[in-house]
Design a protein around this ligand. Structure first.
Ligand code: SF4
Length: 357
């Protein structure tokens, strides 16, 4: 196999990804090590894959930090851990009304998905009740897809979320299995994999990604990308570390914009069909290169992150328009409403004796 970093090689990776073939670890390494003067050629090849499966659509996601701070876990990148001295807001779970209001704001920001997040090891019964009630109300009121990120799940909790109408559950693997103990010690990488599997088994889509730039090796980034493919992640958020004051990772340096773009290209080749997102740290790591990320990924967060600000919806809308892309709307009526309408139509046909088309 030709591993010479040139246009033909990058396009051969794109063609193989489109054909459903998993690129090799050597290929992934070549992408991450590409010389900077190959970045445009690499983006062109990544865009070929993105265009094949996602066209020029961009999915906008909006986060709601529904319960902030005081988390008992010790993730070294996270300012919401109670173990570190950080200036993060601390509050218990928001009310159902506040969470539903957040969904209305997300809808106004043209969001395709609203992501309800709590800082916790796993959801308490009370928090789960609040989230489930909020999701039911959101689904009844508006056309938007809903993701929840509530920490570790059990089978029963996953089932309750699915029954409430949650479309997707987020639980990041964060990094490779090998590097994980450098990132967190209060739970294991295997615990995280287990929760992703429980979410999928309950019938929700699995959103699982990680953070790059935490001092891991190139092989760890490749291991993460391949592990996410193995667990069947439908949505892959790639965060770039934005070192938070007070956390153990506070002194780490940010990544270069070109290394971020190579990382996103590698993830696109490994996850050709996934809802691949440039997530936290986009603005501060990519800076002026942010629009280029959209040639690899098909989704972004707008309106900031859990504890840090980000681009405003109007800035992101302008970026999408300037690229000649368009944001993806949830079809109206939404699939769950269509399903309900379909059932009613079937029922009407049965009672009238009319045959289905
Ligand atoms: S990343 Fe999540 S589990 Fe880890 S400390 Fe932060 S809020 Fe807690």
């Amino acid at each position: 196999m030709n591993h010479e970093p040139n246009v033909a090689y990058w396009h051969s990776l794109a063609d193989r990804a489109i054909a459903g073939e998993l690129i090799s670890r050597d290929d992934a390494r070549a992408v991450l090590s590409a010389p900077d003067d190959q970045v445009l050629a690499l983006l062109d090849a990544a865009f070929k894959v993105r265009r094949q499966f996602h066209g020029r659509k961009v999915r906008i996601h909006v986060l709601q930090n529904a319960k902030s701070g005081a988390c008992p876990e010790d993730c070294s990148f996270c300012s919401q851990s109670s173990r570190y001295d950080t200036a993060v807001d601390e509050y218990k779970i928001q009310s159902v009304d506040e969470i539903v209001d957040g969904a209305r704001r997300a809808k106004r920001a043209k969001a395709w998905k609203y992501c309800i997040v709590t800082a916790t090891r796993g959801p308490s019964r009370h928090d789960l009740d609040v989230v489930c009630e909020a999701v039911k109300r959101i689904k009844a009121e508006m056309d938007i897809t809903v993701c929840t990120s509530l920490g570790l799940l059990t089978e029963d909790k996953a089932r309750r979320l699915k029954e409430a109408g949650v479309d997707r559950f987020n639980h990041n693997l964060e990094t490779s299995e090998r590097f994980f103990s450098e990132v967190a010690t209060t739970h294991t990488w295997a615990d995280r994999v287990n929760t992703v599997k429980l979410a999928k088994a309950a019938g929700m889509e699995a959103c699982a990604g990680g953070i790059v730039g935490m001092g891991e090796s190139q092989d760890d980034v490749i291991d993460l990308a391949f592990a996410l493919r193995e667990v069947g992640a439908d949505s892959v958020p790639v965060n770039f570390l934005d070192p938070r004051p007070g956390t153990p990772f506070a002194k780490l340096e940010r990544m270069s914009p070109t290394q971020c773009l190579k990382t996103l290209a590698m993830f696109r080749f490994v996850h050709p069909r996934a809802d691949l997102r440039v997530a936290g740290g986009r603005e501060v790591n990519l800076r002026w290169m942010q629009p280029f990320a959209l040639y690899c990924v098909n989704s972004i967060f707008t309106s900031g992150y859990l504890t840090t600000p980000g681009a405003t919806p109007s800035t992101d809308h302008q970026m999408i328009r300037d690229l000649g892309f368009e944001w993806e709307e949830v079809e109206s009526p939404a699939p769950w409403r269509r399903a309900a309408a379909g059932e009613e139509a079937c029922h009407a046909r049965e009672t009238s004796g009319e045959a289905a088309p």
